[in-house]
Design a protein around this ligand. Sequence first.
Ligand SMILES: [Zn+2]
Length: 384
Amino acid sequence: MIMLAPMHAEIVRVPVSDELAYWTVLAGPTLAVVGDVDDHLRHLRFGRAREESTTKTYAGHLKRFHVWADERGFSRHEAAFRLPAYVMHLRTTPRATSGRGYGRLPEDATLAPALAAIHGFYLHLADLGRVEAAVVDALFTTVPAQSGGAVAVRPRIRVDARPSHASARPPAATQEEFTKVLEAAETARDRCMVAIMACCALRVGQLVALKREDIHFIPAGRTVPECSYLQGSHLHLRKRGGHPKGAANKNRGTVILPVPSPVEMLYADWLRERRTVRRAGASPWAFVTFPGPTGAPGSEALSARRVQDLLAGLSTRAGLRHLHPHMLRHTFGETAADLDIARDVLQRLLGHSDVTSQDVYRTVSDAKTVIAANAVSDRFFGPS
Ligand SMILES: [Zn+2]
């Protein structure tokens, strides 16, 4: 087989309005839009109202598939018939991108979404008549449709979609690892982000999607305009679109999280440091980029990937294993469980349910969650 030089491809965010965007795939020497893939991703976002973050994930999977097929000269038709070879290719290719699973072979749980993206893409192509029925038959078990033609029922190639233990739940960072990463951080911003992920159990997507207006650092008993929360410093996790790097906050509705005082102090440090970043004053995002060595002006929103890379760099500098942001969230969960924090309180701290939809018989008071958040923080920092 003749192998060409690796094809250049990337995914990009396409803003359609202030709040609406989808992700697409660019490929080839001129990084041109991949037409049929772009049609499909736009259809997912606007025809089927899928989340922007879904189109980002699918764009990543379809980019890899497109590159694999293109480098081998396969048409869409041929590539469909060679899908088993592609699955083998995925299974035997370590992840080259940073983040969770870097350098490791993918597990079945991570192959399943890649296949789902490809299957959905081909069904769309078939709907549009861009691939023949034979392609659908190759990919799916089909049954005859009453209106003529066939209905795809079930993909022929499947991997076990049940997440394995390892992929479902990366191990928690230990409290020692948390402390060492904090010490390794060279900027107030990074210290604050590490602390907020561990002490507030934020997911990385929630962290980068935080806006300054979401952060209410006030003494207990005081309120800020348009917020009636009285229990002291807190932040709001809001579901909203429009993040320039496609980060998604997967909460339903808005969640209020108490913020312990060490995190508040680190945030104040970051706000001082932030004043040195030109134009950061105009940015709505809580955390922004620094000016880059190659002349990037800084003060842009951070991507989830950027934070993953930052944490990976800090863990390397601290002489630790590769830490992923989610491992800090688990540090919170494990520490809280060690402290026997009630299940329902912890459920709320981890943002697993909306504040307003608490079961009336298991209502957790705001005061109780503040005590719990501070108890966890005391394990990290010592009593404040
Ligand atoms: Zn508030």
